[in-house]
Write a new protein. Sequence first.
Length: 255
Amino acid sequence: MRAADSAGRPIPSSVLSLGAQPLVSANAHAAPAHGGHEEHHHYTTTGLDSRKIAIWAFIGSECMLFASLISTYLIYKGRSIVGPFPHTAWTNPQTGQVMKPILNIPVTSASTFVLLMSSLAMVLALAAVENKDKPLPAGAGLGDRMLASSKLWLWATCLLGAGFLAFQAYEFTSFVHEGLTIKTNLFGSTFFTLTGFHGAHVTAGVIWLGTLLAIDYKRGLGPKDALNVDIAALYWHFVDVVWIAIFTLLYLIPD
């Protein structure tokens, strides 16, 4: 039986087929929405995930923070009236005590190397997470298994970050024993404020990486977690780059 319009005239089959196509097409497009689980990506107009945009915005604000702290140090550099000084000896006019330069360049160079190596470990941790679903090649050796272990490299990053903090704690306590505190002179005030803020950021990074390590032990980190690890890696690399600037300006360039 053929369909008819309101006037009783038969409707051609070609028109019926054209009218049915949008319904079929709409149902075909709508079907996937009701079945299966789709991963939701919060992309922005830049093509990047919103979480990655957020960490870049946060890093930008932190750049302004450290720029202000470094600028303050540079403004007051060499203006301290009393010692100890960072690069030159100072004799106390009241007691005649000679205070040697306070900065210990070899120790800080070692701590800088440790922090830079933590960045390498972070890169390897991210690569291990991204490639977790790829099977190891036949006859893979110990080196291949180590490179594929995200737990190993997250542990390495955390321990190297903690090692840097241990160096900083040793440096701070030795400075206090030698007579330099945050209230001693302008150098002490700006030095402890700048390096203390950086140490606080390293501490936050170690805690963050520790949570990722705990997740890796609980359920395992895989490619679906790569973005979260990448965001943590961006923060960690930022902390390392800031320290390179601090180390160069405070330790390597004399007054």
